[in-house]
Design a protein around this ligand. Sequence first.
Ligand SMILES: C[S@@+](CC[C@H](N)C(=O)[O-])C[C@H]1O[C@@H](n2cnc3c(N)ncnc32)[C@H](O)[C@@H]1O
Length: 275
Amino acid sequence: MIKKLSSINASRTANSILLLLGLLFFKPLAYFVALMMFWAGLTDYCLMEKILQRFGFQNTCSTMVSQAEMQVYDAKKHWENIYQTKKSDEVSWFQEKPNTSLNLIAETCLDKYSRIIDIGAGDSRLVDALLTLGFKDITLLDVSSTALNRAKKRLGNKANGVKWVVSDLREFETNDRYDLWHDRAVLHFLTEKEDISRYAERVRRLLKPTGYLIVSTFSKNGPKRCSGLNIKQYSEDSMRKLFSDFEHIKSFEEEHSTPWGASQIFIFSVFRKRD
Ligand SMILES: C[S@@+](CC[C@H](N)C(=O)[O-])C[C@H]1O[C@@H](n2cnc3c(N)ncnc32)[C@H](O)[C@@H]1O
């Protein structure tokens, strides 16, 4: 058994420790069976998950799914649950009209045929305002189909003029290239270095040369958590560092008031991709 243990990699060791803890403190029989089969090499993670579920465990094996799969799965699960249980104006980030984003977009002087993507759009009303202003090439991306369906329903016929993408932004691939990447209150949910790099890499790749990036996150003076999740706070310096190869146009802090009157300090940053 010692030989077997030494041959398994770090994540298998971690999973074995978890199973051992389960064996000691939770349903001993289920964990005993799963642990023995796992060590004997008779199961893979999925089969083990089924065994544990058979004994009445739900989602016990999320620790056994690879880190990347777990995060993709969790983001989807988390946000679908939020949008299925809360109305639009019951979430902290609700805005009747996203005036700051609209002002910043106006300052870019992009024409109405510019290709715009709103990342983690949720059911934000930014799209309503952009359509009213005459913008014709808008893509909304979100990991939650419930959120996007809500926005579609609100827009009615106008929804046909919008591209809808249900995707985790970390997995998003497209041949389209954008004139503007807009993100309000999404980047800060990425707390793993690898995910943040993946985000920045996508911005670099999917923006056209001279395209604009408008991104807003919680500032160092803002909340440390949101929607039950840890977040990463940003300052002008950390934003500039993340997009150091972009032209920095400006950054500023802004107070957002939640529907129940709490104050949240955001930092907005505007960058331009170099030609
Ligand atoms: C705080 S809300 C902000 C929504 C919208 N931008 C606004 O200002 O109203 C964060 C949004 O990001 C989406 N989201 C979070 N993580 C995501 C991910 N990894 N990929 C795509 N969308 C994500 C959520 O579903 C949610 O709609």
